[in-house]
Write a protein that binds this ligand. Sequence first.
Ligand SMILES: *Cc1c(COP(=O)(O)O)cnc(C)c1O
Length: 388
Amino acid sequence: MTDEKPATKATSLGRMSAGHHGVVNTPVYRASTILYPDYAAMTGGDPEYTYGRRGTPTTRSFEEAVGGLEGAARTVTVPSGLNAIATAILSVCAAGDHLLVTDNAYGPTRVFCEKTLKRFGVETSYFAAGDDIAPLLRPNTRAVFCESPGSLTFEMTDVPALAKTAHAAGASVLMDNTWATALYFQPLKHGVDLSIQAATKYVGGHADVMLGYIAANESHAARLHQTHGNMGLYASGDDCWLGLRGLRTLPVRLARHQETGLKLARWLAGRPEVARVLHPALESDPGHALWKRDFSGACGLFGLILKPVPESAIAAFMNGLRHFGLGWSWGGFESLIVPSHITRTVRPFIAEGPLLRIHAGLEDADDLIADLEEGLERLRTHPSTGSG
Ligand SMILES: *Cc1c(COP(=O)(O)O)cnc(C)c1O
């Protein structure tokens, strides 16, 4: 049997029509108690469904679909992307262990390590995206956590090389793959042990659900499943259903997000107000070669460094935008823009001016460009900018 293409998997996996009267989509199951047919089944069997918290057909449909796309041995669903990060780390680390995390990880990942993990005796240190991790590994390094491209600055990491080095030292490899989704990069096929996804973003795709999942390879399946179960983690049937619903159109949505994102990025790169665009799919980006080698596409999220301007000029730019919402998160159908504030502890990230992050939504790209053009005009002519 040939391995089907990701778009086919996203559309067809996890459907349980036969068990639901031919209905195309697995319905929303709401369940706590699940009844057993008899005493023997209750005391001796190993049934698929035992209790609401341990999953229903809606949960399983979602896990089968995303797990198939990831090429996973086991997938678990959790209430948010951040919980997927925390649960993945807790499934491998124990007191006395060391965890090595990328310096450009999603901000709350760092906070979890510094505030919660530390209390349980796990020490975290950090590596810069382009650096060789070999000298940073310690005898007690239990896991290496990466994110590529990294949050806010979109720097690429050589994931297969990192995985090789980590495995040689006996450490597990965890990756936050929210940017590419399993459609454009399959972490488990590149040496990662636990692939983490904030399904809140592109999988949900409509800015109306919080959801996360972790996909494990064979060697990490049992410990992930156990940790997930012991922590009482659960995502509701409604939320899994929304995740599945989003997944079915992910291939077409992501292709458009990519196309529009690149259009905006290229246009912005040519503007006099812009110092630099941070987008690994641009040929000029320092991470382009790695992106091209390992990824089959880019999403609609990228960074932008403006030439130095006062904050009030940035406010004038952002306040008048008609199509870009000012809001956190991304991956929905709508365009967004936010100011970015970077935390670095290995070495500083040098930016020529203020850093912004843009999410290219599904609006017409020409309308988005016109909106940005008017905004940059407001920025350029703002009294505080000086050049007038
Ligand atoms: C948003 C985000 C998360 C967290 O997802 P939530 O569902 O909001 O908890 C994790 N990683 C990355 C890269 C993100 O952008």
